[in-house]
Design a protein around this ligand. Structure first.
Ligand SMILES: [Zn+2]
Length: 341
C-alpha cells in the first residue's frame, strides 16, 4: 500500500506540473487532496492493513499530504503571477492605435437657420424681442387690425384654449404690439422670433407648429424704400451677394401697403426647376408699412411715426435651401434626417 501511495504521489506531482490555469489547479486539488480525493480514499483503506503496518503507512500518508500541499501552494503562486503578467500584457495601452471618436450632437436644422437669420439682422442693428406662445385674442387679432368677424380671420386657423379669449398665437405679429408698448418709437429695430401654431391638417406642406421671424422698424420718415432696401440687403446676406429680389403687391390686415418678396430661385439660379415651379422665383417673406391702426394700438402716433414690418418662415427657408421636400421631417425626431445637417 505504501508503494501505491508513492505511485499516487508521483502521478499527482506530474499532473500538478502541467496545470496551466487556476481552474485546472482547483480541479486537481479537489481530485487529490479534497475530502473525496484520491489520497483520502487511499487513507481509508488503512483498515485493511495489519496493526504493525499501520503506523508507517499513517506517517507516510501525512508526509505525502504535506508535500502535495506544498507543491500545490507553489504551483498556485506561480500561476497567479503568470496570470497577472498576462493581464498586464493584454491591457497594455497601444498609443499608436487610432482613437475611438465620440459622437457629437448637433443643432437642429431649424435652430441653425434661425441663428443664421438672427446673425444677419443683428449685423443690421436689430435686436431680438421675445413674447409668449400663449396669447389673447386681443393681441393676436384685434390690436393687429383684425376685429371679430373680420373675413381675414379665415387666413389663420386657430387653436383655442378652454379659457375664452386665450389662444395659441397663430403668428409672431402680436409681439409687435408688445414691443411697441415696451419701447419708445425711436428704439424699435427688433426681430420677433418664435413658434406659431395653426389648427391645420398636417401634410408635406403644412404643419400645426412652425417658427416665424417677424421684424419691425419704427421711426420718423421711414418709407417703403427703406423696407425694400433693408429686405434686399437681408436676402443678399442670406442667399448670396448677386441674388435678385422682387416685390409683389399683397394684402395683410396689419400693413398698408403690403407686399411679398421673392428671391431668385436658390436652387436653379432663376433658370426654372421643380422647386420654383419653373418660375425662377421663390417667395420667402411677407412685408409692408405698419398700418396706422396698429400704431395707435401700440401707443404710437401714426401722424408722427412710420415703419415697416415683415415676417418669414425659417423652416420654409431651410426647405428651399437644403431641398427638404416634406415639412413633417422637422418635428418627426428622426435622426436619419436630423444628422444630415
Ligand atoms: Zn428653381
Amino acid at each position: 500500500m505504501i508503494e501505491q501511495l508513492d505511485q499516487l504521489y508521483q502521478d499527482a506531482l506530474t499532473t500538478l506540473e502541467t496545470a496551466a490555469s487556476t481552474a485546472v489547479l482547483e480541479a486537481w486539488y479537489r481530485d487529490t487532496l479534497g475530502r473525496k480525493g484520491s489520497v483520502q480514499l487511499l487513507t481509508r483503506q488503512v483498515g485493511g492493513l495489519s496493526p504493525e503496518e499501520r503506523p508507517a503507512f499513517g506517517k507516510r500518508v501525512n508526509e505525502v499530504k504535506e508535500a502535495l500541499q506544498q507543491a500545490y501552494d507553489g504551483r498556485a503562486e506561480h500561476l497567479k503571477l503568470a496570470e497577472i503578467e498576462a493581464a498586464i500584457a493584454r491591457d497594455t495601452l497601444d498609443v499608436t492605435l487610432p482613437g475611438r471618436s465620440t459622437t457629437h450632437g448637433n443643432l437642429h436644422v431649424a435652430t441653425k437657420t434661425l441663428r443664421e437669420i438672427y446673425k444677419i439682422w443683428a449685423d443690421m442693428g436689430f435686436q431680438v424681442f421675445r413674447s409668449r406662445d400663449v396669447e389673447t385674442d386681443e393681441y393676436n387679432f384685434e390690436l393687429l387690425n383684425i376685429p371679430q368677424h373680420h373675413p381675414a380671420r379665415d387666413m389663420w386657423d386657430t387653436f383655442h384654449t378652454l379659457t375664452p379669449g386665450v389662444i395659441l398665437r397663430t403668428h409672431t405679429s402680436p409681439g409687435q404690439i408688445h414691443a411697441m408698448r415696451t419701447y419708445a418709437p425711436e428704439a424699435i429695430r427688433v426681430i420677433l422670433p418664435g413658434m406659431c401654431y395653426r389648427y391645420e391638417q398636417i401634410t408635406a406642406r403644412s404643419e400645426i407648429q412652425f417658427h416665424q421671424v417677424e421684424g419691425l422698424a419704427v421711426g420718423k420718415n421711414i418709407t417703403f424704400a427703406d423696407l425694400k432696401g433693408t429686405l434686399t440687403s437681408f436676402a443678399r446676406r442670406m442667399f448670396g451677394e448677386q441674388r435678385k429680389v422682387r416685390f409683389r403687391a399683397n394684402y395683410f390686415p396689419f400693413t398698408e401697403p403690403s407686399a411679398e418678396m421673392d428671391v431668385e430661385c436658390i436652387l436653379c439660379n432663376g433658370n426654372g426647376c421643380n422647386v420654383c415651379k419653373h418660375s425662377g422665383w421663390l417667395e420667402i417673406l411677407g412685408c409692408g408699412m405698419v398700418h396706422p391702426n396698429v400704431f395707435r394700438n401700440g401707443g404710437y402716433d401714426p401722424e408722427e411715426y412710420s415703419g415697416y414690418a415683415f415676417g418669414m418662415g425659417p423652416e420654409r427657408i431651410a426647405m428651399l435651401k437644403y431641398g427638404i421636400e416634406d415639412i413633417r421631417y422637422f418635428w418627426g425626431n428622426d435622426l436619419r434626417f436630423l444628422e444630415q445637417f
